[in-house]
Ligand binder design. Sequence first.
Ligand code: LLP
Length: 417
Amino acid sequence: MFQYRDGRLCIDGLALDDIASQYGTPCYVYSRADIEHAWRSYDRAFGARAHRIHYAVKANANLAVLDTLARLGSGFDIVSGGELARVLAARGKPGAIVFSGVGKTVVEMEAALAADIGVFNIESPAELVRLDGVAGRVGRRARIAVRVNPDVDAHTHPYISTGLDENKFGVPMADAPDLYRVAAGLPNIEVTGVACHIGSQLTSLAPFADAMARVMVLVERLAAAGIELAHVDAGGGLGVRYHDETLPSIEDYVATLCRAIPSRYEICIEPGRSLVATAGALLTTVEYLKVTPKRHFAIVDAAMNDLIRPALYEAWHEVLPLREAGDEVPEQRFDLVGPVCESADFLANDRPLRLVPGARLAIMGAGAYGHVMASNYNARPRPPEIMVDAAGAHLVRARESIAALYSGETLLPDASI
Ligand code: LLP
């Protein structure tokens, strides 16, 4: 939990200023307790209902985050061979892995079958045929759910909306019965469930209820045709409070799913953001204050390559000083920008702050889709990651070295012209 104590912003009792001094900025800091709290809130809300929580690894794939969740008994939702390897490295149980995504390669399917993952969420007829072939070749049976596209508007940013019929995700509802019939006849495929995911950062429950109602019509139709499913995967998507959003609680979200899905089906969910976003912050230092006729810029040492959400989605992240400044520093409205050579390189705009050069700031809500989306643009090493728990602060990913950025590259041979 982030909280001021004696004018210093703390994470679970440790001053972030001290963490910044020890590890340097920019750096990401996560609260293990906050992640655990959110996961347990989901788990508790289901009560006696059969359920499985598959954490969407894409939100934050650090091994310590995966380890934290694996120790709680979480499953994992992956979208690549790389995420599979990470989950296995963090000792996640293969049987509790769901493999989502529209572009699974043969190599990824082989790795997932070799690990004996729980279920593949199939997103197209061609993928189903490929999986059957690969499974046959390696002598396994692949458990599958079809990810259907329920065509509901999630009312979120268009880049993170996935459940409309114009999106590339899922199988159109109208095509799903036929695909299930095909799947049921394939020798190396075992049909176990249905999946859907309609978008991310959803701030109301109506689209979830709507999507689940449509999915259940399909499930009942399949049952009538003799195809019995065991689980319904509702995807992820519950939003978090970055600014002034009003949000449904985890309890109300889970209650909505439990109402929409009859109790004979196991409910699976794939939350990402809502488990980790508010558990993390990106710490940064003000390098320069620059006043132009139009704007006040605070040029900080973090940039769009470290946290791309503001540039990509115009996302709003709260900015908090690690030490509350005194009244002697006037409050002004600042644009927080990084050193990257792009006008989209901003972390926040027009924020009232009391700043001096050297001041340190926390960009809040950076635990999800932060470090995982970081790049090396402008030859900038990616920041370290620190996890705080009851035993203190742990460096769970070192700062990337500049040498590492080009260690896989070579000059041309001497003889080349
Ligand atoms: N399941 C599937 C199939 C997904 O595609 C996603 C997210 C999730 C689960 C997890 O959704 P969540 O609970 O985190 O909303 N980079 C964007 C978010 C992209 C989400 C992509 N899919 C952002 O920074 O807002």
